[in-house]
Design a protein around this ligand. Sequence first.
Ligand code: HSE
Length: 295
Amino acid sequence: MGVCVRIPATTANLGPGFDTLGMALSLYNTLEAAWSSGSLEFEVTGDGAELVPRDATNVVYQAMHSVFEKVGQASLLEERGVRIHIHNNVPVTRGLGSSATAIVGGLWAANVLLGQPLSEDELVHMAVEIEGHPDNVTPAIFGGIVVSGMVNGKVYSKRFSPPPEMSCVVAIPDFQLATKTSRKALPPAVSHADAVHNVSRSSLMVAALVEGNFDMLCNLMDDRLHEPYRMPLVPGMKDAIARAKEAGALAAVLSGSGPTLIAFCKERADRIGTALQEGFQAEGIGSEIMILSPA
Ligand code: HSE
């Protein structure tokens, strides 16, 4: 018996909601897993397949292993063996939640293979623990827009539906930026004024997204906690964002820890995509444009 899991790409932060807000996008990785006859068999296809390890260091395998371990069956995975096929459409290490797809896919597949011994809450908790922040894994699990945070060691999350008229344009530059590197660029402390700036915007933004109030939304997505520090790591970011807004985007921000940029819009998605691409081009950087929906 086997299992097939489909996991969406995600965009984290949504500007000012650092480590708190995230949204699922209409671009999916799939993971198929089945018992094999005592060996670990890997097939990886799709985007960046050559970059993905095909052994026990693979993130999908490690996530699966942690489920087996948690239910006291750590040796079963090695003994029975498993066949894993990963098909990636989400670009690797570009700020669209590729590692969250691997973690969530691995946890869910392992739980199904074992007859679902763990609850959804337990799996959510494990996913956040493995990833280290909740804002990619929770929308990858629940879909839609998710507000989430760790409170006294417990994951709290609330899902809501994105405004139906909103679409998203992503510009994926042709270089990678590891989340670890991008997090290292952040300062250990921020000013009280910058904290208030972000708290007010991210709180109001949730209300604007719930109400579909685009007039309000377009004034709220500027950030002071991570984007200014990450900008030097993403050449062309400032210019591309300015061009996207001129072309009619409601807002444009860094997707997760970058280097992908994401613009939110009601119309003119093609024009906005070209504007983002031109911003990268001005720095000699090529980029792929995708028009996606919230998922
Ligand atoms: N909130 C995380 C960060 C998302 O910005 O580092 C990483 O995808």
